[in-house]
Design a protein around this ligand. Structure first.
Ligand code: SF4
Ligand code: SF4
Length: 493
């Protein structure tokens, strides 16, 4: 229940009933009255009462989930110390009836909107873009341009190498597009600004890198809980800790399995070229609003800094306003955005709803790029910049007569098991190539395990760290080691 207390009744140490009333009257008037729905059970009133009239409560208040104190005023002398000690404006007050009125929110705001009476939605519009020559830009710039084309007009962020060029371009362009660029005081502030912007139904994004992304995780959990969109571009760098500013795929585990506390998942996209930085950023905004959920783009430091050719699409998005947004007009004012569900039954139902949304993402949002996989007997699995080295290795291995192919997951969550499954029937061996300690391999193994693939191929790996990327030669050498071993065992690889 929600109540509004008239402002004139807000408790204050300057309240005339305290300052001016004669002592005898004060004693009568200041006997405390507890409003349990406003008591948080902090116990300050218990400590303040020398007559031991107040004790810790034992029963949970159904409206708040907290345990209010108990009053036994037989020994009360009306000193008022407990009222003074109470930090809640309405927890303990003088006797009700004289100065306290609970108002019905229906009378104040009207009845709450029924589920069928949703606010209207203003759909996004597609506007034609003039044809231009392909751009030659860094991956970070390509992602920022993609965001603008997707209708993003709000950027919040804290600069961090190697992602800062994205923020830099947004700072230059957003004011010209009547957008908002805000350099926040920290990544924690950033994610909470994105929460607010997402709640208003606006398209918001940030650029960050691994240590900054770690700081955002609590807020991302809140956004997922409140079902809010937002695009997080994480240009990954070496870790743990501050690590360095060189490329690593250090946050696959974090993005796929650790988006803050609770039951959290988000689509995680892994570009491999500047063109994909642009294309996947546009896609990320679409998915983020389609599912009302954050979307993470995992780039890496090399890709963010790498320059490449980027073609722009023929249209750009003019953003609309979703029906669920909290906006200033009459129609949207009744919407409520919140991740706080005190009732156990309500929170369980919410999680079941989130799980059904995750299941829908798993079914519809798996993406992968397959290169020379039709007859592949050795399957390289790699994404981001290591995917480029792996592609070169496939070409070299094919030139040597080895049937190699590349499976490049573009969605790391959901892992594209539907595209991998048929390839496992032919492949004898998988080599996972990554700039991390097996985080991509773990995602793949988990997907294979959940899919109950019978007798999956043997799995080997090439792993580098700290900004040292797997090189084509060592990938080829690792595959050839397997070929040698297989020949000894009489298996064709
Ligand atoms: S008014 Fe004084 S005596 Fe009465 S409950 Fe409060 S602190 Fe105790
Ligand atoms: S001080 Fe106020 S909020 Fe704290 S336990 Fe007492 S009545 Fe409740």
């Amino acid at each position: 229940m929600w109540y509004r207390i008239p402002a004139r009744l807000v408790k204050s140490s300057l309240d005339p009933q305290w300052r001016e009333a004669p002592m005898s009257t004060v004693r009568e008037r200041l006997k405390p009255h507890l409003l349990p729905q406003f008591c948080k059970g902090c116990g300050r009133c218990i400590e303040s009462c020398t007559r031991h009239c107040i004790s810790a409560g034992t029963e949970i208040n159904a409206a708040t989930g907290l345990i209010p104190v108990n009053l036994d005023l037989e020994q009360c002398n009306g000193c008022g110390l407990c009222i003074s000690a109470c930090p809640e404006p309405y927890g303990l007050r003088a006797e009700p009836g004289k100065d306290f009125v609970l108002e019905d929110p229906k009378a104040l705001f009207g009845a709450r909107r029924a589920a069928s009476e949703v606010a209207p939605s203003i759909p996004d519009e597609l506007l034609p873009l003039p044809a231009v020559e392909p751009l030659v830009v860094k991956g970070n710039y390509a992602s920022a341009i993609g965001a603008l084309i997707a209708g993003c007009r709000h950027f919040y962020g804290y600069p961090i190498t190697p992602s800062t060029e994205g923020a830099e371009l947004m700072a230059k362009l957003l004011p010209k597009l009547r957008g908002v660029f805000m350099q926040a005081v920290s990544e924690t502030a950033t994610v909470n600004m994105m929460y607010g912007c997402g709640g208003a139904g606006m398209k918001a994004m940030t650029f960050t890198s691994s240590p900054g992304f770690s700081l955002m995780l609590e807020g991302i959990s809140y956004m997922i809980g409140a079902e809010l969109p937002g695009v997080f571009v994480n240009v990954m760098r070496g870790g743990p800790g501050l690590g360095n500013i060189a490329p690593e795929q250090a946050d696959i585990k974090l993005a796929c399995r650790g988006l803050g506390h609770g039951n959290t998942q988000a689509v995680v996209l892994a570009p491999s070229t500047p063109q994909e930085m642009l294309d996947l950023t546009i896609l990320a905004f679409d998915l983020s609003f389609r599912y009302r959920n954050p979307v993470v783009i995992l780039s890496d430091g090399y890709l963010g800094q790498m320059t490449g050719t980027v073609r722009l699409p023929g249209t750009a998005v003019k953003p609309g306003l979703p029906s669920w947004a909290v906006s200033g007009d009459r129609a949207h004012r009744g919407n409520l955005i919140c991740s706080f569900l005190l009732s156990e039954a309500d929170l369980e139902a919410h999680n079941i709803h989130l799980n059904s949304k995750y299941a829908a993402m798993k079914a519809a949002e798996q993406r992968a790029d397959l290169f020379e996989t039709d007859d592949a007997e050795v399957l390289l699995v790699a994404c981001n910049t290591p995917g480029r080295m792996a592609k070169g290795a496939v070409r070299e291995l094919r030139a040597r007569g080895i049937k190699a192919g590349l499976f490049r997951p573009i969605s790391l969550w959901p892992f594209p098991i539907d595209a991998l499954r048929p390839l496992l029937l032919r492949a004898h061996r998988i080599v996972v190539v990554e700039a991390s300690n097996g985080q991509l391999e773990d995602e793949m193994r988990l997907a294979i395990s959940h899919d109950s693939v019978p007798r999956p191929p043997a799995i080997a790996s090439v792993r580098r760290f700290g900004g040292v990327l797997p090189q084509q030669k060592e990938i080829v050498d690792r595959v050839l080691e397997g070929v040698g071993a297989a020949l000894v065992e009489g298996v064709r690889v």
